[in-house]
Design a protein around this ligand. Structure first.
Ligand code: AQP
Length: 334
């Protein structure tokens, strides 16, 4: 039976990229009736420095973002990673399965470590093995992610395959990444070649889920574009990453195909299209940010939701971890 797992790092505020590339699709999968498990991956977040107070706030705010976007703790398991020890425990086993050569090919490590990789944490390097543990601890079959995470889900399959091969078992499933829709890679509003990211130093590069209508309007109005108007066909967006990005965002927010958006907006100048995008974005995002702010008034309630979700997550994870220990040869595995 299919089981969905995914997660987001509480490493900053949520962006429109996280919403369209991940959360909105988490909600769709939940509402389609599949078993869904969504995690706030706080242990991944600390692979780069996080101020403890900020980490607590961001963990609660991300949970509020999940809830405000339509994730329902009755339908989905919602929890934070550090409360289920099995993630770290299976992560260690996978550190011993993954090969250095595989890790060396991970492009996200290269991007995040930058030129001074000697100063990066060992955790940042091992991140994809922990991510494999997140997924396989639940025998998840499907992982909805943005395009940037594709390589990590492929590594998860490599780890599962090597474990199964080395121990002569078929214990771990081959998980499928689910990367679909118009917004699998939302780009920076300032640079069409960079993805929109929580940790981009420029706040103008992204729309935060907590931005108010004025901030959203200002950022979209200032978004980089080229001097041409909108084409009426998709092929007219080739070689125009900034134009394509705004059209993709419109498409994902409205639920219309890119071709439908262009059929409606083709021939318009950006001076006309941007206000339409502002209206749509404010219309879709303002209720979410209002609800997030309301939920943040009661952090104890958020913590209780995470604690209850962690109990449910542990109930699935524990037998899988124990079976893994038994396969590996750990004495005392139950
Ligand atoms: N720009 C994006 N477009 C589409 N999807 C995106 N995702 C992130 N950015 C975009 C998807 O959001 C999920 C959670 O990502 P993450 O928190 O695990 O870390 P990330 O991919 O590294 O995201 P950020 O926002 O860029 O965080 P920082 O700045 O901390 O590195 C994933 O499914 C991701 O694909």
């Amino acid at each position: 039976t299919p089981r969905v797992f995914s997660g987001i790092q509480p490493s900053g505020g949520l962006t429109l990229g996280n919403y369209l590339g991940a959360i909105k699709r988490f909600v769709d999968m939940q509402d389609s009736g599949i078993e869904t498990i969504y995690c706030v991956v706080d242990m991944h977040a600390i692979t780069v420095w996080q101020d403890p107070e900020a980490l607590r706030r961001q963990t609660r705010e991300l949970t509020a973002g999940y809830l405000a976007s339509g994730l329902d703790p009755q339908k989905s398991i919602l929890f934070n990673q550090s409360q289920v020890a099995g993630h770290a425990q299976l992560g260690w086993i996978f550190n011993c399965v993954a090969r250095l050569g595989w890790m060396n090919r991970m492009t996200q490590f290269k991007d995040k470590a930058g030129k001074n990789a000697e100063k990066a944490s060992l955790g940042l390097y091992a991140y994809p093995a922990l991510m494999a543990a997140d997924i396989l601890l639940y025998h998840a079959t499907h992982v909805p992610v943005g395009e940037d995470q594709k390589q990590h889900v492929e590594l998860t399959r490599d780890i599962a395959a090597k474990f199964n091969h080395d121990y002569g078992t078929e214990f771990f499933p081959m998980t499928e990444p689910v990367i679909e829709g118009a917004a699998t890679r939302v780009m920076s509003l300032r640079d069409g070649s960079k993805k929109m990211s929580k940790s981009d130093p420029s706040d103008a590069s992204r729309i935060n889920m907590t931005d108010d209508a004025d901030a959203i309007a200002k950022k979209i109005r200032k978004a980089k574009t080229d001097p041409d108007g909108l084409p009426s066909e998709v092929k007219g967006l080739e070689g125009r990453p900034e134009a394509r990005n705004l059209v993709n965002i419109y498409s994902a927010l409205s639920g219309q195909g890119v071709d439908e958006v262009l059929a409606m907006a083709g021939g318009k100048q950006f001076s006309e299209f941007k206000p339409m995008l502002v209206d749509l974005a404010v219309d879709k995002l303002a209720p979410i940010s209002t609800e997030m702010a309301r939920l943040m008034q009661d952090p104890a309630q958020i913590d209780a939701i995470l604690a209850a979700g962690s109990d449910r997550a542990r109930a699935i994870a524990d037998p899988i971890l124990q079976k893994t220990y038994e396969i590996v040869g750990m004495v005392g595995a139950k």
